[in-house]
Design a protein around this ligand. Structure first.
Ligand SMILES: Cc1cc2nc3c(=O)[nH]c(=O)nc-3n(C[C@H](O)[C@H](O)[C@H](O)COP(=O)(O)OP(=O)(O)OC[C@H]3O[C@@H](n4cnc5c(N)ncnc54)[C@H](O)[C@@H]3O)c2cc1C
Length: 432
């Protein structure tokens, strides 16, 4: 017997749902995490339905950097060629500069082992599009329901597990029964809250990010490379977008300062940008704020559990980190890859239960912890601000002098320390 329970305060109707679905896995949230989940499941011929509340792919300013390990996964799932067609732009190096002192250090990927010795940059909305367009050939396994908001769950009272989801789409109700539910519903995950999974706040950063866009400065420093300025004003990153004609510029500002930035004239904005990133003197910055909808506060949080009552948390439903090392979206994609293998294994050998699904958490939590620690460490270097930075900040970049340390950082950022389900032999190992 299945009982409907609401995810929020609004009560759910008892009337039969207008649409009934049945699937192996119901995925709540269809951004990068949810869409990758569907691809990862399709690789094992498992069916899934994505329920995404937004009717269209949104034009959001966030993760644009696909790491080398992620590229191998996208390639395996047939998405990489579409990423390339859509303007995916390989970059081989990031250089750090202080506007007054000059070059401080680099992350370099060109000598990394493996097929992908570069990151690929593609604007976030096009990464979404690439993921969805690659689903066309997998319709046998992947069903996409857009404009479909999940407002409740179906509880199997006998087993005390979540056996599906309930929601609304275009004024009609739906119910989807599934053997596993994946929460890919982002940092404010309602599923996580419903399940009573607590999140620990590890660090609250004292700044947020404006995400600006300008034409790309045509300088050698940006030829297949990205630039990061650090110094007294904090971090300003220049990410060459699709094909290199534009740059996305996350600008570190103090928490709550966005309204003040929003009132600046074009000349005042230009002044602030040139002080932070002198290379922008080569281009017109007057339209920099045109695509800005809001700024992003950043914090480091981690859920205490990833699995509860047959619901598995992935991506930002499970954790959030600072964007400096561009890991959030990449972690979401690897979550999906590992979880799909665990689900397949549960279907084949172990049956579905929290005791078996937890293999996903056992595999991902320690690796995510490591990535978050490294990322936080790098973040503290790059976001340190204040006038002292221009005098002493360069001392923080001493790692540049050590080739082994430089390589270690590049390998870790590339994701090459993070095992996939194949490295972990999840499908081959003995039943739990
Ligand atoms: C400024 C910034 C820059 C970043 N840069 C990078 C980067 O360069 N590289 C990188 O790897 N990461 C980066 N990140 C992090 C990255 O963008 C995120 O980690 C990643 O996009 C999270 O994806 P997600 O699918 O887990 O969650 P989200 O993108 O938050 O998606 C959640 C989805 O769930 C849907 N949803 C929510 N509730 C419901 C419901 N009840 N029913 C149906 N649908 C629902 C939402 O509409 C949304 O589409 C950055 C983040 C920020 C803020």
């Amino acid at each position: 017997m299945l009982k409907r329970l609401p995810l929020g305060p609004r009560a759910l109707s008892d009337a039969p749902a207008d649409h009934q679905f049945e699937t192996d896995v119901a995925i709540v949230g269809g951004a990068v995490g949810g869409a990758s989940m569907a691809h990862a499941l399709a690789e094992y011929e498992l069916s899934s339905i994505i329920f995404e509340r937004l009717p269209q792919i949104p034009e959001v300013n966030r993760g644009d950097v696909l790491q080398p390990l992620t590229l191998t996964l996208l390639d395996r799932w047939g998405i990489y060629p579409i990423v390339t067609e859509m303007g995916g732009f390989p970059i081989y190096e990031w250089n750090f500069f202080n506007p007054r002192i000059g070059h401080l250090g680099s992350w370099n990927f060109s000598s990394l082992p493996g097929r992908f010795n570069h990151q690929t940059i593609l604007r976030h909305s096009r990464i979404h599009q690439a993921l969805y367009s690659a689903m066309e050939s997998k319709r046998r396994f992947i069903d996409v329901q857009r404009g479909a908001e999940v407002t409740g769950i179906l509880l199997d009272e006998q087993r005390d597990v979540v056996a599906g989801v309930y929601g609304e789409q275009d004024g009609r109700t739906f119910e989807a029964r599934a053997r596993v539910v994946v929460a890919a519903d982002g940092p404010r995950s309602r599923l996580r809250r419903f399940l009573g999974i607590e999140q620990e706040e590890r660090y609250r950063y004292d700044h947020e990010y404006l995400m600006l866009t300008t034409p790309r400065p045509k300088v050698p420093e940006m030829d297949r490379k990205g630039m990061q300025y650090v110094g007294r004003h904090g971090l300003t990153v220049l990410i060459p977008l699709d094909g290199g004609e534009e740059v996305r510029i996350p600008v570190q500002i103090p928490r709550g300062a966005q309204p003040e930035w929003g009132k600046l004239s074009a000349a005042q904005l230009r002044h602030r940008l040139l002080v932070r990133a002198p290379v922008l003197e080569h281009i017109d910055t007057s339209g920099a704020m045109d695509h800005l909808s809001h700024s992003y506060p950043v914090s480091w949080t981690h859920s205490n559990r990833y699995v509860k009552r047959n619901v598995c948390l992935i991506g930002e439903a499970a954790r959030t980190i600072h964007p400096t090392t561009a890991q959030g979206m990449n972690m979401a994609i690897l979550d999906a890859e590992v979880l799909a293998a665990v689900i397949k294994r549960c279907f084949l050998k172990d049956n579905v239960s929290d005791e078996t699904l937890v293999a996903y958490e056992d595999a991902r939590r320690p690796v995510a912890e490591e990535v978050m620690e490294t990322s936080h460490h790098q973040t503290l270097h790059h976001t340190a601000s204040g006038v002292w930075h221009d005098i002493w900040g360069v001392r923080m970049y001493r790692w540049i002098e050590d080739e082994d340390t430089k390589r270690e950082i590049s390998i870790s950022i590339a994701g090459l320390n993070n095992p996939t389900s194949r490295d972990l032999r999840i499908l081959e190992s003995a039943p739990v």
